[in-house]
Structure formats: structure tokens, C-alpha cells
Design a protein around this ligand. Structure first.
Ligand code: NAD
Length: 292
């Protein structure tokens, strides 16, 4: 069997087009564009690119995007003061603080300071709690997990009663995607670094989601025939075909897994593009809710 490739780039374009239309309607109704404020502290190269892309994506769909680039030595109190100012600013619908933060800043404190109704990353305990009690409709749900669910919808996988295995238990991906699968009535196992006989656990899965950060850890013979495989991992490895160069791979050994899976996401071009598209969706949703 050769798996169907789930094209995240194309799907993300569709999501962005829908958001663009929603933004135009919002502007007509409320006389202002939804606003996304992105804060980065320090100069981590990958984070700088991610935050620029987020600001750019907001502008492209007609939102007001604002990138706050703060020096690495910015103090915690200063960052918190900026967040409180944005919380109080009615033109701001989404506040995103790029993680990781420098070590001298307590990320938990920063996340707690964001108004939950503007927490477009969905990391505030109020949003995580709403999701955990089955009220995703009241929450802002983290973007990458939402992207995974859109890819599963594209695959057409029936989730009710299906066995889903999520590898990884982070607050950003593993736990929230497990909650979303549970809300769709899947039987969910969350596997992690202490899971015994992980390959055997994975072989049970009709839906396998890998969010680990270990290049090509999931081998082809871990995949049940016909399963849907969603690869969240983004790992940069040296490219043996091009000495001195690097390439991106996921947490799944793609070629091997594609031999057995029914559908699979590539890396790059799978989950990645949906993360920013879902961030835009969350910002529009926040704007609409806050406008009543
Ligand atoms: P994390 O480091 O916070 O969590 C990794 C999880 O993997 C942990 O829960 C850990 O228990 C588990 N784990 C580690 N080693 C394991 C092993 N040997 N066997 C089983 N489980 C193991 O990472 P994260 O933030 O959840 O991100 C995971 C991956 O997803 C990373 O590669 C990250 O770059 C990527 N990511 C991609 C996007 C995207 O937009 N596509 C967004 C967020 C994260």
C-alpha cells in the first residue's frame, strides 16, 4: 500500500482564504481589522523567522499585525507590563508570546498574564481547562493540535471509536491533541518517553500522531496497515546527499511509513503550514467573540 499524502500547504491556503473573507466581513461590521500582537524576546534565529511569518500572515489576510521585538535582556516585569497594556487595548484581539523565553523570565507567569480571551496560542490554564472539561467551544485551542484535526478531517478518518495514539505529552501539542481526539470519541492513548514497548502501542493505532522531536523515530513497522499518520515533528538533520547542508525531517521515517499507512503528512508541507493558518483563525475568532 502507498499512503495518500495529506497536503497541509494546500489545506492551509484554504483556511487562510476563509479567514481573509471573515476578516473583510468583520471590518465591514465593526469598522476595524482584528489585531494580532506578537512578542519576541531575544534573537533566536528560528524564533525571529517564526514571529516574522506570523506577523506577515496576519497582514496578508487583512488583519492588523504588530511584531514587538524586545532585546534578550528585557526583564520579566517589563514584559509583563507590555502584556497588561495589550490586554487593556481594545484594538488587540490576539497576544502571542513566542516561546521559549530567555531563562531569566518565568514562562508560566507570562502565559498567566495574558488575558485568556486574547490567548490565541491557547496556552493559558483557563483555555487548557476549558478544553479538558470538553468545552473547546468556549476556549481558544492551541494551533498545531487544531491543524492536526483539520488534516484528519481531510483524510476522512472516522474518529468515533477509533484507536488513536499520540506520542508526546507536551502542553503545546500532545495533551491538547489528545483532548481533541477524545472529544471526537476516539479511544486515546498518550505515549511518552517512559512508555513501555512503544512500537507495539503504535501498531494498535488507527490514528497515529507523532509529536516528539526525534528525527525519524517512528519506523515503518510501527504503523498499522491503513492507519492515518500525522507527523508533527520538525527536526533539522545533516543531509547525507548534500554534504555541509541540512534538511528537515519529521518524527516518522516517511518512506517506510508511507508503505503501510493509508494516509500520511509529509515534513515539510504537512502540519507546519496549518499552525499559522489556525493562529489566524483563532485571532478572528477572538475578535468576533470580543465584539459580541
Ligand atoms: P516537547 O519536547 O515539549 O515534547 C516532546 C514529547 O515527546 C515529550 O512529552 C516526551 O515525553 C516525548 N518523548 C521524548 N522522547 C521520547 C521517546 N524516545 N519516546 C516517546 N516519547 C518521547 O516537544 P513539542 O513542543 O511537543 O514538539 C514536538 C515536536 O513537534 C518537535 O519536533 C517540534 O519542533 C514539533 N512542533 C511542530 C509544530 C508545527 O507547527 N509543525 C509545532 C510545535 C511543535
Amino acid at each position: 500500500m502507498t499512503a495518500r499524502v495529506l497536503n497541509g500547504k494546500e489545506l492551509a491556503e484554504q483556511v487562510r482564504a476563509t479567514v481573509r473573507a471573515g476578516v473583510a466581513d468583520f471590518v465591514k461590521a465593526h469598522g476595524r481589522a482584528p489585531g494580532l500582537d506578537v512578542i519576541i524576546v531575544g534573537e533566536d534565529a528560528a524564533s525571529v523567522v517564526y514571529t516574522r511569518n506570523k506577523e506577515k500572515a496576519a497582514l496578508e489576510v487583512g488583519m492588523r499585525g504588530n511584531l514587538h521585538r524586545l532585546p534578550a535582556q528585557t526583564g520579566e516585569a517589563e514584559l509583563l507590563a507590555i502584556i497588561l497594556r495589550l490586554n487593556d487595548d481594545p484594538s488587540v484581539d490576539g497576544i502571542l508570546v513566542q516561546l521559549p523565553l530567555p531563562k531569566h523570565i518565568d514562562s508560566d507567569k507570562v502565559i498567566l498574564a495574558i488575558d485568556p480571551s486574547k490567548d490565541v496560542d491557547g496556552f493559558h490554564p483557563v483555555n487548557a481547562g476549558q478544553l479538558a472539561i470538553g468545552r473547546a467551544d468556549r476556549a481558544l485551542v492551541p494551533c498545531t493540535p487544531r491543524g492536526c484535526m483539520k488534516l484528519l478531517a481531510l483524510a476522512g478518518t472516522p474518529l468515533a471509536g477509533a484507536r488513536a495514539v499520540v506520542i508526546g505529552r507536551s502542553n503545546i501539542v500532545g495533551k491538547p491533541v489528545a483532548q481533541l481526539l477524545l472529544a471526537e470519541h476516539a479511544t486515546v492513548t498518550i505515549a511518552h518517553s517512559r512508555t513501555r514497548d512503544l512500537p507495539a502501542v503504535c501498531r494498535e493505532a488507527d490514528v497515529l500522531i507523532a509529536a516528539v522531536g526525534k528525527p525519524e523515530m517512528v519506523r515503518g513497522d510501527w504503523v498499522k496497515a491503513g492507519a492515518v499518520v500525522i507527523d508533527v515533528g520538525i527536526n533539522r538533520v545533516s543531509d547525507s546527499a548534500n554534504p555541509g547542508k541540512t534538511r528537515l525531517v519529521g518524527d516518522v521515517a516517511y518512506d517506510e511509513a508511507a508503505e503501510r499507512a493509508g494516509a500520511i503528512t509529509p515534513v515539510p508541507g504537512g502540519v507546519g503550514p496549518l499552525t499559522i493558518a489556525c493562529l489566524l483563525e483563532n485571532t478572528l475568532l477572538s475578535a468576533k467573540r470580543r465584539a459580541g
